[in-house]
Design a protein around this ligand. Structure first.
Ligand code: UDP
Length: 388
């Protein structure tokens, strides 16, 4: 009887949250993942030698304004408040290398220009720096020029963004820069959200707890095979969208990351995240993971130098690259997906969008609810329950 059986491909946040929703309504849920761990790219675990919690696929700080998402996560583990205070290495206006505060705030502006501006003075100064002829920024570059002007753009955004995305910032959407706040006060919190935290025992524990239900079976190291779907009334797909179709229209572009991992003793950089904004430094940032766990003490340290690269055939996809030039390929996949009756695409990779964890969870909850309602009432399902 396949009526109340659900298949979920991918054991990240999307897959786990949807699995839990159906399990609680007494569906039998099978979650498969080709990797040997749950939590997808959020996965973090303790290093055996030092006990430091490592964010294996890069730093993940949970931040949200959605109270329902925050409350939902509280049920599955202990969260420690964490404010991400990022530093950024670049040259100031005179060409002198310095460590700045990121996101751009009054401290960054004063230090960069060698000034002691008040908030209002800084605002007036930056307005004069900015390109006011740009009314509706269409690209990352236009957004930056309109917001901060050429000097700050070149020092903090141009090189970092080119390294991170592998293309000129004028080819990228403005939405990427809109992720970052810009402030005319000394608030150096990287995020502006009401809730900001890190799970005390890592993301693996949170996701395992979401999946810990008698109606959920998790099969790790299990790649998807099409015939698996025959036994289920509905499939949720959170792996890359193009993989579902065996790359029939060519590969969608993703960025992947390489980490150079260095073990040392003491304190390497005195902060969890330091960005390297200049183009001639090959890595984008260094994360010193023990600083994410400010409530514990470690003699030793582990740092991850992060290098961004185009995602090859055997690499792990991290960031979907939404270039206008690849829209045609994406449209072909979307069109093809829409013809399917029993599959819904979810999450960062399944919907090919640069999503944060909180949006992923919120969308997973909404999508699960919609699909369940349609299953119960015999209505047609959609491939996407979000705008992609
Ligand atoms: N960015 C930048 N300089 C920085 C930090 C960020 O140019 O010092 C740009 C870069 O294009 C990056 C985007 O802002 O991809 C979004 O940054 P965020 O920190 O949200 O990236 P993530 O942590 O998701 O990699």
């Amino acid at each position: 009887m396949k009526n109340k059986k659900i298949l979920i491909v991918g054991a990240g946040f999307s897959g786990a949250v949807i699995a839990r929703y159906f399990a609680e309504l007494d569906y039998k849920v099978t979650v498969i993942d080709s990797r040997g761990t749950v939590a997808g790219n959020c996965y973090s675990c303790r290093d055996e030698e030092t006990g430091i919690m490592l964010h294996i696929y890069g730093p993940h700080i949970f931040h949200t304004d959605y109270e329902e998402v925050w409350n939902y996560l509280q049920k599955f583990g202990n969260w420690k408040p964490f404010i991400n205070r990022v530093k950024a290495v670049s040259n100031d206006i005179s060409g002198k290398k310095q460590v700045f505060s990121m996101p751009i705030n009054l401290h960054t502006i004063n230090q960069f220009f060698g000034k002691t501006f008040s908030p209002q003075e800084a605002q007036e100064f930056i307005t004069n720096q900015a390109d006011n002829s740009i009314k509706e920024p269409k690209s990352f570059e236009e957004q930056a020029m309109k917001l901060v002007g050429k000097d700050i753009y070149r020092a903090f955004f141009y090189g970092y963004t080119k390294k991170q995305w592998g293309v000129e910032p004028r080819e990228l959407p403005a939405s990427i820069l809109k992720r970052l706040p810009m402030r005319f006060n000394y608030n150096d919190n990287y995020f502006s959200h009401k809730f900001q935290a890190i799970p005390e025992d890592g993301y693996e524990v949170i996701v395992k707890n979401i999946l810990a239900h008698k109606n959920i079976e998790v099969k790790l190291n299990t790649p998807f095979a099409r015939e698996m779907q025959d036994k289920f009334s509905h499939t949720f797909w959170s792996a890359p969208l193009d993989l579902y179709f065996n790359y029939e229209f060519g590969r969608l572009n993703y960025r992947s990351l390489n980490f150079e991992i260095i073990r040392d003793s003491g304190d390497f950089q005195g902060n969890a995240v330091i960005n390297y904004c200049q183009e001639d430094i090959p890595f984008t940032r260094i994360c010193e993971h023990k600083h994410f766990e400010y409530w514990r003490e470690f003699d030793k340290t582990i740092i991850y130098r992060e290098y961004s690269k185009l995602c090859g055939k055997d690499d792990i996809p991290y960031y979907p690259i939404r270039l206008t030039s690849s829209q045609k390929t994406l449209d072909c996949y979307i069109e093809k997906a829409r013809q399917l009756k029993n599959v819904t695409f979810v999450g960062r990779l399944g919907t090919y969008r640069y999503l944060d964890m909180d949006i992923t969870i919120k969308e997973a909850l909404n999508t699960a609810q919609e699909v369940e309602k349609n299953l119960r009432t015999g209505k047609c399902q959609n491939a996407f329950y979000v705008n992609i």
